[in-house]
Design a protein. Structure first.
Length: 260
């Protein structure tokens, strides 16, 4: 009996060690993290995200970690909304990039730069004030003069997955393929939060203030389908977007029918 218990303990300890080796260390914000790969391909709001806002300023930021970078000719979406903006990792030059669509502009506002390290948590930022810029680990900013507002969008917000571009405008070349890595602490603000050329990277968990319009800590239990928006604006994220909600609604309906 003691021998069997010893074997079980060794087996469980081995599983714990293997699982811990498979995960990166906690991000500088600590807490949980969101894994995104070809199986867990994205999380998204189930409703349109701020459809009637023409943002004069917008900042999207996150901690990210990945084992490898996208291949040449492809790019990964980190945070984006179809028809409005996207923060990406591009495989052609292995760097961060961003695009946004401004009111009255015939072409998209695009920029790219900053070589990215692998197997290391980095703080990434997209900065929009109808120009566009980005930053890594507290260095970056906008490189063009402001010229209006970001346009409205009737689409959900995506983290990971595919965020479609308007091919009639200038855009990033290559195929948008599924992000593979880890994301922690995503915050979106309705203001340009960081100014060039350098700024202090946030310490600990991102905090809610008067400019925060969405904030996700991803501290939910493993296997969670829903991730709470702690900004107070109620833009919770769901695994695979509305598919998770539809599955839940179907289960609720079936359970209701069984109870009759």
């Amino acid at each position: 009996m003691i021998y069997r218990q010893t074997l079980i303990c060794i087996f469980l300890m081995t599983l714990i060690l293997l699982s811990s080796d498979a995960l990166p260390p906690p991000s500088p914000a600590d807490g949980g993290m969101l894994r995104i790969d070809t199986t867990h391909d994205f999380v998204a709001t189930t409703e349109v995200w701020f459809p009637d806002e023409e943002f004069e300023g917008l900042t999207a930021e996150a901690w990210i970690y990945f084992e490898e970078l996208p291949e040449h000719g492809t790019f990964w979406s980190i945070i984006g909304q179809e028809g409005r903006f996207n923060l990406v990792i591009h495989g052609n030059n292995r760097s961060l990039g961003a695009w946004g669509y401004a009111v009255g502009a015939a072409r998209s506002l695009t920029s790219g730069g900053f070589d990215l390290p692998k197997k290391k948590w980095i703080h990434v930022t997209a900065i929009y004030d109808a120009s566009v810029g980005m930053g890594v680990n507290g260095k970056g900013g906008n490189w063009c003069c402001p010229r209006g507002h970001l346009i409205k969008s009737g689409k959900p917000l995506h983290i990971g997955g595919i965020v479609r571009q308007d091919l009639g405008r200038s855009h990033f070349g290559g195929e948008n393929v599924k992000f593979q890595g880890y994301i922690d602490e995503v915050r979106i603000s309705n203001v340009v939060r960081y100014k060039r050329p350098e700024w202090k990277v946030p310490e600990g968990k991102f905090k809610v203030d008067k400019h925060t319009i969405s904030l996700w800590h991803f501290d939910e239990a493993p296997g969670a389908k829903r991730f709470k928006d702690t900004s107070g604006n109620g833009h919770d994220l769901w695994r695979s977007g509305a598919l998770a909600v539809k599955a839940q609604e179907k289960l609720t309906t079936t359970w209701g029918q069984l109870k009759r």
